[in-house]
Unconditional design. Structure first.
Length: 218
């Protein structure tokens, strides 16, 4: 483990200039480009293959080393989910074929699975006195759809002291660093809000039709 001198962006961001925002964004872009050059046919943690993403954490999760079909199954269910009652009714209907391109008429790229830091919030980005950016906390790193990196950069509570300009600079920083994937990120946020509230939502489909799951369904 290396010691990195500097301050995390959550501490210094509100005082940062537009020039430094762009400079750090370009550095992040280079890091992410290198990460995305490493791909995998399956998703999951570097060490274990487990799909530990907070974008996939309903009560049942996805199995280790899941592929595009498993992701399409998960996305299809939670994008269509309306209520527990409707999920119970749908579990008795004919199975809908899964497709990596099928998400209720809105396209979100599943493949390729690219190497992803997965937690590039301001607390995990540190800038040195000389202006060099470093990435901290790789615990959640693994192979995931490209949208996950973008969405995860908004997975934090915006500090109360950030004004409009600080927020606009963060949008610019993210766009330069990882690209623009707001449509896919919005889908992830909607799905997460559903399975946070209805964690057992997939139970009836898994019992009635089967499907990918990390944990036993009872």
């Amino acid at each position: 483990m290396d010691w990195v001198e500097g301050s995390t962006l959550d501490v210094v961001w509100k005082e940062m200039s537009w020039f430094m925002t762009i400079k750090l964004g370009l550095q992040l872009h280079r890091f992410v480009k290198i990460l995305r050059s490493v791909t995998s046919p399956t998703a999951g943690s570097l060490a274990t293959g487990k799909c530990r993403s907070f974008w996939l954490e309903d009560l049942y999760g996805l199995p280790a080393n899941s592929g595009p079909a498993e992701f399409a199954h998960f996305f299809r269910f939670w994008t269509n989910f309306m209520s527990i009652r409707r999920a119970m009714q749908a579990s008795k209907q004919p199975q809908v074929p899964d497709s990596p391109d099928f998400i209720v008429g809105v396209s979100m790229t599943i493949e390729p699975f690219v190497l992803t830091h997965h937690d590039l919030a301001p607390r995990n980005l540190i800038v040195s006195p000389s202006g060099q950016l470093s990435l901290l906390d790789w615990d959640l790193a693994g192979f995931y759809p490209v949208t996950f990196e973008y969405a995860s950069m908004y997975n934090f509570n915006i500090p109360d002291d950030w004004g409009l300009m600080a927020c606009l600079r963060w949008h610019l920083f993210v766009w330069i660093g990882v690209g623009y994937h707001e449509i896919g990120a919005r889908l992830l946020r909607i799905m997460r809000s559903k399975f946070t509230r209805f964690a057992v939502g997939r139970r009836y489909e898994l019992l009635g039709k089967g499907g990918p799951t990390r944990y036993p369904v009872t």
